[in-house]
Write a protein that binds this ligand. Structure first.
Ligand SMILES: [Zn+2]
Length: 666
């Protein structure tokens, strides 16, 4: 038996003032500190607009759906009300065991949101839910409606599929939001009691079990960071080190599905269910930085590098398989069957943020940018009340069936498995936290928004404001709002897509140039001093690695951080994106948006050809001697591409990111 006291863990000084989901202790081995939601505000632009919609439409819509679907009602059942458990059932008739987590993620979103924008009506939706959860909790601390109502007495008997720790992790994250954001400890008391119940069951020296769906690990580190109780950190470390030893056994997708195929410290590649891998590695980084465990941190970095190099879509989307919602083999990235679950993209951002704090490497901020714009935002409709679960890079014009939700056609108001919608809500509620960081030497600007920042540096408090029309324009103006007498360093990320950026400083307009990485300027900044960062943003043609067979011989369009796509809606004469071809040497021009239904979005216009249908025989194949003859096309037609994040907001279905190339005779 291992002693449950934590002799080798030094409790770090808590950073109690930072309002953010990830707040390492002063003891943690991290490069940067978060400014949190009080230190970073977004005031205008795309993110401000999306966040306003989240507050006013998406979050209230979520509350209505959670009631409508019975997800809140299930807590009433657990609290003693008679009735039938309400949940989506799988093919075997088993109800989904993880729906409590949707309530918790929604509550987490509301907690962060209220900490920035007080709103009585949102609080009135949330507070009865918190009271109800407390009422549903058993005297022994256990709270999980699926087990309490449908499987009483069978707690902790199905760690593979039961999701108990996963659900508990989301409860803890919601509780942390209400504690940090609002000083409200009601949910924290519930979360601590359940965490202690779990610790007593399978903590260090207890039953050797792990949960099939990671999530609880990072939540335990955050609970440690909130309460200063080292037992939660020890529990997280124990669960991570148990993983990869086959404790879960094999499921029909193999043990890779739940990352139990190889110990975390030695696993070199991301594997299995993409959300699980992302959430697991979030916990891995959290434990690593709090315990100074370099080996553990390096393992997460190694998997991140591998993921980016050969298992990630251009959009930042993750997961090539629908069947097991999983990573495929290296370079297995089909555009039409892309899973690219919205939750996996959110998990990727959560992981990259932790790695950015830990290492200070701007590559992580680059991936946050790519993923946030192109794999997270597309999950939500412009009206704020419809959601994609999977985010493919090719949607065919003709589909045999329009299945809502867990499919590739249209957004759903609330998918039967509704993990993604409340995940989007908490993501948008906390996005300002990702904009900048601080250390003793200064402030690091990672994402470009219109807003304001306040940071503590060695010599005191500095404030600055930023103004930009990013991501549609590459100019960012920064103005110093409060200065200190000592010099400090302003660091600005230069994105990987930008080969050359120029910072123009002060009235003398002193020019400082930089390439991908960052521009750093150290000086005694004065109040009112201005820096203008300029990044050229032409449309650019992106080619895939030829090992990604599914998109060989195609090209994509990008501009700044934004991936573009063509939709049937913007083609004329009945043309379809399925027959489209483009010469990569053609001229790509940036224009203003063509469709007022989508707002003022820069589009990219160019000439494309559309193949005539020549495969009208019995099979969609033909003899090579025939193929030698030129396939007729319609001739060049003007085509418009729009940001991928705007796709799927109109009636048409056809959409493609990767466009087949063809060299046109000149
Ligand atoms: Zn999801």
């Amino acid at each position: 038996m291992v002693n449950q006291s934590n002799s080798d863990l030094k409790v770090g000084l808590l950073n109690a003032d930072t309002v953010a989901p990830v707040v390492p202790t002063a003891n943690a081995d991290v490069r940067y500190s978060a400014l949190g939601l009080r230190g970073s505000r977004i005031e205008a632009g795309l993110w401000a607009e999306r966040r306003r919609t989240n507050h006013n439409v998406t979050i209230p819509h979520g509350a209505a759906e959670l009631h409508e679907m019975g997800t809140v009602f299930n807590f009433e059942l657990a609290a003693g009300r008679p009735g039938q458990y309400r949940a989506e059932v799988d093919d075997s008739g088993t109800p989904a065991p993880f729906l409590d987590s949707d309530v918790y993620k929604w509550l987490e979103a509301v907690g962060w949101e209220l900490s920035q924008t007080p709103d009585r009506s949102l609080a009135d939706l949330a507070e009865p839910m918190i009271d109800l959860i407390a009422k549903a909790q058993r005297p022994d601390g256990y709270v999980d409606t699926f087990y309490q109502v449908t499987r009483p007495g069978r707690e902790f008997t199905d760690l593979q599929w039961g999701h108990e720790l996963y659900v508990a992790g989301h409860l803890v994250q919601a509780a942390v939001a209400w504690k940090r954001g609002l000083g409200d400890e009601r949910l924290l008391r519930v979360a601590q009691r359940f965490s202690d119940r779990i610790g007593a069951e399978l903590g260090p020296g207890r039953r050797e079990l792990i949960c099939g769906h990671p999530e609880f690990e990072m939540a335990m580190v955050e609970l440690y960071r909130t309460t200063g109780e080292a037992r939660y950190l020890e529990l997280a470390r124990t669960l991570i080190d148990r993983r990869g030893r086959g404790l879960l056994g094999k499921c029909r997708h193999g043990s890779r599905y739940w990352q139990d195929h190889e110990p975390v410290r030695s696993a070199a590649e991301p594997a299995g269910h993409a959300v699980r891998q992302m959430y697991l590695d979030c916990g891995v980084v959290d434990v690593a930085v709090e315990t100074g465990d370099r080996e553990l941190l390096d393992s997460a970095i190694r998997r991140w590098d591998s993921m980016v190099s050969n298992r990630m879509y251009l959009t930042g989307g993750l997961g090539a398989h629908h069947r097991d919602e999983a990573f495929g083999d290296a370079y297995e990235l089909p555009p039409d069957r892309a899973y690219a679950e919205t939750c996996a993209a959110i998990g990727s951002v959560m992981l990259s943020w932790r790695l950015l704090l830990a290492t200070g490497d701007e590559r992580y901020a680059d991936l946050i940018e790519r993923t946030a714009f192109n794999a997270v935002l597309p999950g939500l409709s412009f009206d704020g009340s419809h959601f994609f679960y999977s985010n493919p890079l090719l949607r065919r014009t003709s589909v045999t069936e329009i299945v809502e939700g867990n499919a590739t056609t249209r957004r759903s108001p609330w998918p039967p498995i509704a993990c993604c919608p409340p995940n989007l809500m908490r993501f948008l509620a906390t996005f300002p936290d990702l904009v900048a960081t601080t250390d003793a030497d200064g402030v690091q600007l990672h994402q470009f928004v219109s807003g304001s920042l306040e940071a503590q540096v060695r010599g005191g408090t500095v404030r600055l404001s930023t103004t930009t029309n990013y991501p549609w324009d590459g100019t960012v103006e920064i103005e110093i709002g409060q200065a200190i007498t000592e010099p400090w360093t302003l660091s600005m990320r230069v994105p990987a897509w930008c080969s050359r950026a120029i910072a123009s400083v002060g009235e003398a307009a002193e020019k400082i140039e930089g390439g991908p990485g960052r521009i750093e300027i150290t000086r005694r900044w004065r109040v009112g001093e201005r820096i203008v960062l300029t990044m050229d943003m032409p449309a650019r043609v992106t080619l895939p690695d030829s090992r990604i067979d599914a998109v060989r011989g195609t090209m994509a369009l990008e501009r700044g951080p934004i991936v573009y796509a063509v939709e049937d809606e913007d083609l004329t004469g009945g043309d379809s994106v399925e027959s489209m071809e483009v010469d990569p040497a053609t001229k790509f021009e940036v224009a203003s948006a063509l469709d007022t239904r989508l707002g003022d979005l820069p589009s990219i216009t160019f000439e494309a050809d559309f193949r005539a249908d020549v495969f009208d025989k019995s099979m969609p194949y033909r003899d090579s001697s025939e193929a030698a003859t030129e396939i007729p096309t319609t001739g060049p037609k003007k085509v418009t591409a729009l940001p991928y994040l705007a796709c799927g907001n109109r009636a048409g279905l056809g959409m493609r990111v990767w466009i087949p190339t063809r060299t046109r005779a000149r």
